[in-house]
Design a binder for this molecule. Structure first.
Ligand code: GCW
Length: 856
């Protein structure tokens, strides 16, 4: 859903002068390179004791890329000293297509058949001098082969007996960028576009080349450059010429570019009187446009289309169907290009008073009747779930509902509804669940979604997977651990049979360390992160429970109710959940093939994690976990927040064992997440506590021993305000500093003497850098700047932030004081402090009192 929010820009950058901005963007010191991701120097203690001496058999541009990559891999990963102390052994590495290799080396067992884009890696130990052969079915295959070789080396595998071949499961392995020509990125959380700035393609495309290299290293072969809410300007000739430079930059890596187009471009760009897809002039316009593009970009991949969706123009204006619109574009692009037509089409003015209305039904209702009518080069691109990238959704029934159509699954790498990269959420397990979900069609045969996407189940010519990446100029995805999602998306699109955990391991070995314990720790954190996020946000199929009409980030349970957007979870005093059953509900369940429909029709067989997506249940209804719905909601939120706190400890256990810069980059992010998980926990549990009137069996909800509210403090300068929604602040209230200088909140400690960890819960607003100091008896214990760039410009759950000060010795009568100095719009708002008995401070000379760490 489009947000009324302006695109986020880091607060620091917004405050800079223009001249400084120019320096920041152009400075060569800010180079953005693929080795900031997983293509890193070796993480092994010992490099393998050989070097590869490359020889490439052909001359194509991609063969030169393969050669360069081989040299790079050599330098990054190889060249160690042998056990006997000798220098690295030299091994010939022969690179070429299978045909070239067959000709040059007639005596080696080149596979007879290698599917398109596949590769073969062969260690030829038979000859006097061992050599290594990397052969591609074609040029992209050769590049993938070289990357696969170095993946094996970087993850510590012995390559001296290799004889492996592989080929991608899906033809379509794309990333989408939602970049706008002005340089902003819709739902991008890592800075500005690497492609565009100020309405034009950027001069400096070095990061684009690095991006293409990263994409190729995991087998991605397409990149749709611009927002699906497409700016028509990009189809103008001058812009297409600029875009051709991007295509030139990505081509050497085998990454083809595509563009999002608006269906009304014939009018907005071409000046025609109509954009009716049946109109002859409109068809001719698209044909001419496609021809113009192919002249500039001969390997242009195609168009992505968002139409009749969230205010985008579409064929419905002319009483035409999506098939008619898609086919007009497809015929213009044939035979080389494809149309990825998105099934994300729904009415966002749904009648919430109608118990049969259901946004989840929309894609199937609209597209299923059109099955068989799409041109062969149209691929229907469907989000993995029927709503919109929520923390959990069931698989979209449309995958089973288009047996005569090629299909692609769209997933989100950019974490719009899953913590916006400020929360660690490794999404591969979610995608994997969908890829493996078996619809048992057409004749009750095994038919996992991956077999539908590859074209196998329904014998379709193409299909695949598209990941909305939205990388930007800030270290690709801003958070180092979030890059595991980009990595995993590529790996799954290549081989959906890989499991999420081994992908995590592969990524960790290349990015962080090859040490088994480190790998285990990182792997476990990644694998636990999605379930944890789901637990402290929207468990049991409730969807994320975030602010859906605003930032899509912090908690705002009610924002999804009683409006036309249709992301309802339908909570009232008695119960919660959407009844989507055939018998009593919206009949969404009936869109699934029989076996799946049976599963979801009854609460008895519906798995707990999707229960409230499919059924409206009384709060005291038992789930299969043995607990009532309400107690499950409470417990899940407390367990999830506790898990988020564990991630901090897990990461701390890696101190001294991994790159200190990476360690220091990630730690404050996890600390922030642990604090925000508490905001989530308290908001959602208190909301349902109030609504249901039912107590938490463990008496945690609404009962926070050790919490000292700001509004109950002795205040100097601070004013009490109501926070909206109320559940985003403790007791619904906070204090803000409207004074010109510092304000203070003060409490007298009355608890038992001992060491305490002190959580200071404050609101870190973007437009300004407020400062906080925490004092005990006048002595400064910690001071920090509220310098994060979190969403929302008013204090609420988007920006509620916790700073924890550890091991502070307290005795009764101590005066605890928080001083907040406002800056700009950031009014140093404060919610509460919370004292939890902590470990005694470490012995020895005391640490300097000030703890200042930047937040994400
Ligand atoms: O998830 C929603 C987002 C919109 C996005 C839309 C879509 C590009 O909130 O920002 O628009 O999905 O996928 O089209």
């Amino acid at each position: 859903m489009p947000s009324p929010m302006p695109p986020t820009m880091p607060k620091g950058i917004a405050a800079l002068s223009f001249s400084l901005l120019v320096v920041t963007f152009l400075s060569p010191g800010c180079a953005q390179t693929a080795d900031q991701a997983w293509l890193r120097p070796s993480t092994m203690d010992h490099r393998p004791a050989f070097t590869l001496e490359p020889r490439v058999l052909g001359f194509g541009i991609m063969e030169q890329t393969a050669l360069r990559e081989l040299k790079d891999g050599n330098a990054r990963l190889l060249g160690g000293v042998s056990d006997s102390g000798e220098g690295a052994q030299k091994v010939d590495a022969i690179l070429g297509t299978v045909d070239e290799v067959r000709q040059a080396l007639p005596n080696i067992p080149v596979p007879a058949v290698l599917p398109p884009e596949g590769y073969w890696i062969y260690w030829n130990g038979a000859a006097d001098k061992p050599s290594l052969v990397v052969a591609g079915a074609d040029h992209p295959g050769l590049i993938y082969g070289v990357f696969a070789l170095f993946r094996l080396i970087a993850t510590g595998q012995d390559i001296t007996r290799l004889d492996v071949s592989a080929a991608p499961a899906f033809r379509i392995r794309w990333v989408d960028q939602w970049d706008n020509p002005d340089g902003t990125i819709e739902r991008g959380y890592a800075g500005r576009s690497i492609f565009f700035e100020g309405g034009d393609v950027r001069q400096d495309l070095a990061p684009v080349s690095e991006y293409a290299r990263l994409l190729a290293s995991v087998g991605i072969n397409g990149c749709n450059l611009n927002n699906v809410n497409a700016n028509p300007d990009l189809l103008k000739h001058a812009h297409l010429e600029q875009i051709a430079r991007i295509a030139d930059t990505m081509r050497p890596w085998g990454v083809h570019i595509a563009l999002s187009v608006a269906v009304d471009s014939p009018q907005t760009v071409g000046g025609l009187a109509t954009s009716d897809p049946h109109d002859a002039a409109v068809k001719a316009w698209w044909e001419a446009k496609a021809k113009e593009i192919f002249q500039l970009i001969p390997d242009f991949a195609g168009f992505t289309v968002k139409a009749d969706s969230e205010g985008q123009p579409g064929p419905s204006s002319y009483n035409r169907t999506p098939a008619e619109a898609a086919n007009t574009l497809a015929s213009a692009l044939a035979p080389h290009g494809v149309v990825l037509y998105r099934s994300f089409v729904y009415n966002h003015h749904l009648d919430w008073t109608n118990p049969k209305a259901d946004r989840a039904r929309a894609a199937f209702d609209i597209f299923h009747p059109l099955d068989g009518l799409f041109a062969p080069n149209v691929i229907i691109q469907t989000k993995e779930g029927p709503i919109d990238f929520q923390a959990r959704e069931p698989v979209s029934p449309l995958f089973a509902g288009l047996p005569h159509t090629s299909q692609a699954m769209e997933v989100q790498i950019t974490q719009e509804y899953t913590g916006q990269q400020r929360h660690l959420v490794y999404l591969a397990p979610m995608w994997k669940e969908v890829l493996d979900f078996d619809f048992h069609v057409p004749f009750n045969d095994p038919s996992p979604v991956q077999a539908i996407l590859s074209g196998l189940t329904f014998q379709q010519p193409t299909g695949g997977m598209v990941g909305v990446a939205n990388i930007g100029r800030d270290a690709w995805l801003a958070s180092p651990l979030a890059l595991a999602n980009l990595y995993a998306m590529g790996r799954l699109a290549w081989d959906p049979n890989l499991d999420a955990e081994s992908i995590a391991e592969e990524w960790a070995r290349q990015t962080i360390s090859n040490d088994a314990e480190v790998v285990h720790t990182v792997d476990t954190m990644l694998m636990e992160s999605w379930p944890a996020y789901e637990s402290y946000t929207g468990p049991f199929g409730l969807q994320t429970l975030t602010d859906i009409t605003g930032s899509h980030y912090g908690p705002n349970v009610e924002s999804s109710e009683r409006n036309g957007w249709g992301q309802w979870h339908n909570a009232d005093e008695q119960g919660v959940g959407m009844d989507r059953s055939l018998a009593y509900g919206t009949r969404f369940v009936d869109q699934y093939p029989p076996q799946t429909a049976r599963l979801y029709e009854s609460p008895i067989s519906t798995p707990d994690e999707l229960m409230l997506f499919f059924h409206h249940l009384p709060y005291n209804h038992p789930l299969s976990n043995g607990k009532s719905v309400i107690q499950s909601i409470y417990d899940s939120h407390f367990e999830g927040a506790a898990k988020a706190a564990e991630f901090v400890q897990d990461w701390e256990s890696l101190k001294g064992r991994i790159d200190p810069k990476l360690y220091a980059d990630v730690l404050p992010r996890l600390e922030y997440q642990a604090g925000h998980a508490i905001v989530w926990r308290d908001a959602v549990t208190q909301y349902f506590h109030k609504l249901s009137g039912l107590p938490d069996e463990e008496d945690r909800v609404g009962n926070y021993p050790g919490r000292l509210e700001a509004e109950a403090a002795r205040l100097t300068g601070y004013k009490v305000i109501d926070i909206r929604p109320w559940e985003d602040a403790s007791q619904g209230k906070a204090v803000i500093c409207d004074a010109a200088s510092a304000c203070a909140a003060e409490w007298t400690f009355t608890g038992k003497p001992g060491p305490y960890d002190i959580g200071v819960q404050y609101f870190d607003l973007r437009d300004g850098v407020a400062r906080f100091t925490f004092r005990v008896n006048g002595q400064s214990i910690a001071a920090w700047s509220a310098d994060a760039s979190l969403p929302s410009i008013i204090p609420n759950g988007d920006n509620s932030t916790r700073r924890t000060i550890q091991s502070v010795a307290l005795k009764p009568g101590d005066i605890l004081r928080v001083e907040g100095t406002p800056d700009g719009q950031d009014r140093a708002a404060l919610d509460y402090i919370e004292l939890t008995p902590g470990a005694p401070p470490p012995a020895g000379p005391s640490e300097p009192p000030t703890v200042i760490r930047s937040l994400p």
